[in-house]
Design a protein around this ligand. Structure first.
Ligand SMILES: [Zn+2]
Length: 413
């Protein structure tokens, strides 16, 4: 381990300057994908990269790559980055941190006159948030072949219907480079944790070993509408009572597979939703998450059993439809080890952690060895204007990122 140190004050200053683009009165950032403000942030990032001696290219889905050339142009690049777009009530650090950490790393290597064998690339992925254009992680998804380019460009704005492709064109970021289809030696991403675990443990560094899997369901429960007055209790087929028991079962399944399982019902529609009519139909969603596929499968079985049992007991029909399945993604063990070694060499308290959220690294893991570094955020709060992080933790994460990445870009032989 080389134990190089980045300039934490410069990293913080860049983050604060970037956060002024789309700054909200409550101290957050609103910089939706492919908006004018996103264009402004992208141009600032490119200017900084060019000033740091990088050559910048933009691919057809608008992903920006800033390359610091290595000694051997035949080697595939080692890449790091994240995203510049935010939620409508987003913060200063989600995404921006990973991109600015990449920039700070390059600036540090320049200061030290440090050459690497492989090129180092900083990437800013398009539309990670999926807030204006769903789904999330479209830029990295197209790069990794999860979505077709045409499919990505055709994503409509959730309100106006204008496409991502048209908006990229308008802000000057419909690039000419092919999206994906080229080798990346390794991908590292630094990100705030967006949860409370590291802060609770008092540790500045999370070694992200992978991202949890997800199973999403749409469940429709059908009973019979009837008058709330004349219908005796024993004659009822109340779809809402059945759904309530099923929702309770979802919560119990989550607790039974603690501490790693998450189980959520966040959307319920009751029909006809009238105070004096027994509900005849209920639609609700289920979101299951767990780092291990076999546990997710067990949760799936338990959900179906609970739904069928309840439906039978009350005389209802139930349709459990799996809407989306996202397999657990383990990160590359040698890169995870490089991150862990870098944290240990710097003397930072650290622990392994699983990513609860989706990240560009999760799609990149499909086409390149990938890993992530997490740093704590205050109160575990993210996707919120009050999102905050300590400068010293951000510096720690950037130091770990730099040394882990150098391990890969410039192996000591
Ligand atoms: Zn993010």
């Amino acid at each position: 381990m080389r134990n190089l140190q980045v300039n934490g004050e410069r990293l913080w200053a860049s983050l604060m300057e970037l956060a002024q683009i789309g700054a909200t009165p409550k101290g957050g950032v609103c910089r939706l994908a492919a908006s004018d403000l996103d264009g402004e942030a992208r141009r600032l990032f490119i200017r900084w990269c060019e000033e740091a001696g990088c050559s910048v290219t933009v691919d057809r889905i608008g992903n920006i790559f800033a390359c610091r050339p290595g000694r051997d142009p035949n080697l595939p690049p080692v890449t790091t980055g994240s995203h510049l777009d935010t939620q409508p009530t987003g913060g200063k650090f989600d995404g921006a941190y990973g991109v600015m950490a990449g920039l700070e790393m390059v600036r540090t290597l320049n200061d030290l006159g440090y050459e690497t064998e492989a090129s180092i690339e900083i990437v800013a992925w398009t539309n990670e948030e999926g807030s204006r254009f769903s789904p999330a992680m479209v830029g990295s998804g197209v790069f990794a072949g999860v979505f077709d380019l045409a499919e990505g460009l055709a994503r409509p704005d959730n309100v106006t219907g204008v496409t991502l492709g048209a908006e990229l064109e308008r802000i000057g970021f419909a690039g000419s480079e092919p999206a994906g289809g080229r080798a990346v030696a390794a991908y590292f991403e630094a990100h705030i944790e967006q949860g409370p675990i590291l802060e609770g443990a008092g540790k500045p560094i999370g070694i992200v070993t992978g991202a949890q899997g997800q199973r999403w369901y749409e469940i429709t429960v059908t009973g019979q509408e009837a008058h709330a007055g004349p219908t005796p209790m024993r004659r009822r087929r109340d779809a809402l009572v059945g759904s309530a028991r099923m929702i309770d079962a979802v919560n119990r399944i989550g607790h039974e597979h603690a501490p790693n399982a998450c189980a959520t019902v966040g959307f319920v529609q009751v029909s006809p939703n009238s105070r004096n009519t027994i509900p005849g139909r209920v639609f609700f969603t289920v979101d299951f998450r767990h780092p291990y596929d076999e546990v997710l499968s067990a949760m799936d079985r338990e959900l179906r059993e609970a739904c069928n049992r309840t439906a039978k007991a009350i005389g209802l029909e139930v349709d459990v439809k799996e809407f989306w399945y996202f397999p657990p993604t383990p990160f590359a063990s040698d890169l995870v080890a490089a991150v862990r070694d870098a944290a240990a060499a710097q003397g930072y308290a650290h622990q392994d952690i699983i990513s609860g959220a989706g990240h560009d690294a999760v799609y990149m893991a499909r086409v390149a060895p990938s890993a992530m570094v997490f740093v704590p955020c205050i109160g575990g709060i993210s996707h919120n204007e009050i999102e905050d992080a300590k400068p010293e933790d951000l510096t720690a994460g950037c130091n770990v990122l730099l040394n882990a990445l150098l391990d890969t870009a410039n192996p000591i032989t």
